[in-house]
Ligand binder design. Structure first.
Ligand code: SF4
Length: 478
């Protein structure tokens, strides 16, 4: 018997499983224990349960909170519907049919005890008490708020981000009473589930992660000698709609928390060993999820945690000019990559709608500001699409554009994916293009195609997640 077998039936038609998703496992456990103390006859579809004040508060605050009604349709009892007035003192519970359980596929690392949340629940509601999502400063504030000594925050940060601990009770330098206090206050440490892992013959590994709310993201590990680069996602889906990108075709679901971003790195490291470089180049536009991305970089770079050097972290953007400028003034600045893909506004707007808002000249202005602050070479990504942006004329236009910018150009052959009309340029064309920009003195690298057979190459992420249902549950697995 699991908690998913219950359904609160009231005139407000809300599921206890929904309530438990919105809050933490601990809230669920508290409510569940009370249900069991009432010794309900589970074959009987009616029972009256008296809940404590905290649980009532939990329920009431969930009812008051924003809910996407379309995605959280109440489960109506087939027989004997109970339509009482909702009364916080007395809540009627009913076992629900098995087919009403959330359809979440279990992967190899799926945590059996995890409580998946419905996709309709807002991130802020579900992640606010996730200790993995906090910087060291934020942890200090939380701890001070609980009346404890601030220095204890460092233990928590270290255990989560350096030791991979996902159970508060295992942070043993804290007193047992304090650990219990954290749990009682609904704090927890989130953990991504690996739902699928695919390996290309070239060694590239793609991970499909399940988020707490049923959404899915993909993360790719690229191997190149000693260089082990992890390409992380920052959003489930993407709003930017770039023509050539599979992710842009997926319905945008939500932005990830900093905890979910860093956990992609921790989960892959646990599975595949040390990672040397992190690139924010997976699903989603990182700078559209600015706060979480900056926070995740701070967490990864913190010496008390994973201590990943800032020069080993690259954030790639399609060109959100104001956010690039803002990033230039942050205390820690990762390397910057711009997904350029066209040398003229006309072509770039065709391929990347964001260019209409922030045209190339504006983009290069903020890139120069970033360079001035970061004192680092900026990388321009240029996806080579057959017959679209790969002619020698385009190469000449690119040279004119970038001549005055200290940069490196990455030439990446376009990777086709189902439903997309474009084709890759082929190595011959890419080499000739590279020669032109090389002769002009612009550093460039031809990126070898990696992971294309498992849809893990650039622009292919999410190609197999197109079947995400409105609830985010029914994703086809490769
Ligand atoms: S290329 Fe990047 S910004 Fe554009 S749609 Fe794909 S994920 Fe979004």
């Amino acid at each position: 018997m699991s908690h998913l077998d219950f359904d609160i039936v009231s005139d407000l038609d809300i599921r206890i499983s929904d309530l438990c998703y919105i809050n933490s496992t601990n809230s669920y456990v508290r409510i569940y224990k009370q249900i069991m103390q009432n010794k309900p006859n589970l074959r009987n579809d009616k029972m009256n349960i008296t809940l404590d004040m905290t649980s009532k508060y939990t329920i009431l605050s969930c009812l008051a909170g924003p809910k996407n009604k379309a995605n959280s349709k109440p489960i109506k009892p087939k027989t004997n519907p109970i339509q009482s007035q909702f009364n916080p003192k007395q809540t009627q519970l009913k076992p629900i049919q098995t087919q009403n359980k959330p359809n979440l596929a279990k992967g190899r690392n799926m945590n059996e005890n995890s409580t998946p949340r419905p996709a309709s629940v807002k991130l802020s509601e579900t992640m606010s008490n996730d200790l993995k999502d906090k910087t060291l400063n934020e942890l200090e504030q939380i701890i001070a708020g609980l009346g404890q000594k601030k220095y204890l925050a460092e233990y928590i940060f270290q255990f989560i981000h350096a030791e991979d601990v996902t159970d508060i009770l295992k942070i043993t330098p804290l007193s047992k009473a304090f650990r219990e206090q954290l749990i009682k206050n609904d704090y927890h440490i989130s953990q991504l589930n690996i739902l699928n892992k695919l390996t290309d013959k070239d060694g590239t590994i793609k991970y499909v992660f399940g988020l707490d709310d049923g959404n899915r993201i993909e993360t790719v590990l690229l191997l190149d000698g000693k260089r082990r680069t992890l390409c992380v996602s920052t959003q489930a889906g993407c709003k930017m709609g770039c023509e050539f990108c599979a992710t842009g075709r997926i319905k945008f679901r939500r932005s990830l928390s900093a905890g979910e971003i860093v956990d992609q790195i921790y989960s892959v490291q646990k599975d595949a060993g040390k990672i040397s470089n992190i690139v924010y180049m997976g699903m989603g536009e990182p700078l559209e999820n600015y706060d979480a991305v900056v926070k995740s970089v701070q967490i990864l770079n913190n010496p008390a945690g994973r201590n990943i050097g800032i020069r080993h972290i690259t954030v790639s953007t399609c060109g959100l000019a104001p956010a690039i400028k803002k990033l230039a003034y942050e205390e820690i600045r990762p390397r910057l990559a711009i997904s350029l893909n066209a040398p003229t506004d006309e072509l770039r707007t065709r391929l990347m709608p964001i260019n209409k808002k922030y045209p190339i000249a504006k983009l290069l202005d903020v890139v120069r500001i970033y360079q001035l602050k970061a004192k680092e070479r900026v990388t321009f990504e240029y996806v080579m699409i057959k017959g679209i942006n790969d002619s020698l004329l385009h190469a000449g236009q690119l040279v004119k554009l970038l001549r005055t910018v200290k940069c490196n150009v990455n030439l990446i052959e376009y990777n086709p994916h189902g439903g997309c009309k474009y084709k890759g340029s082929g190595m011959e064309k890419i080499s000739r293009f590279a020669e032109v920009i090389e002769e002009a003195g612009i550093e460039n690298t031809i990126r070898l195609k990696k992971g294309s057979s498992i849809c893990a190459a650039c622009g292919q992420l999410g190609a197999n997640l197109n079947n995400v249902s409105s609830t985010g549950d029914s994703v086809r697995h490769e």
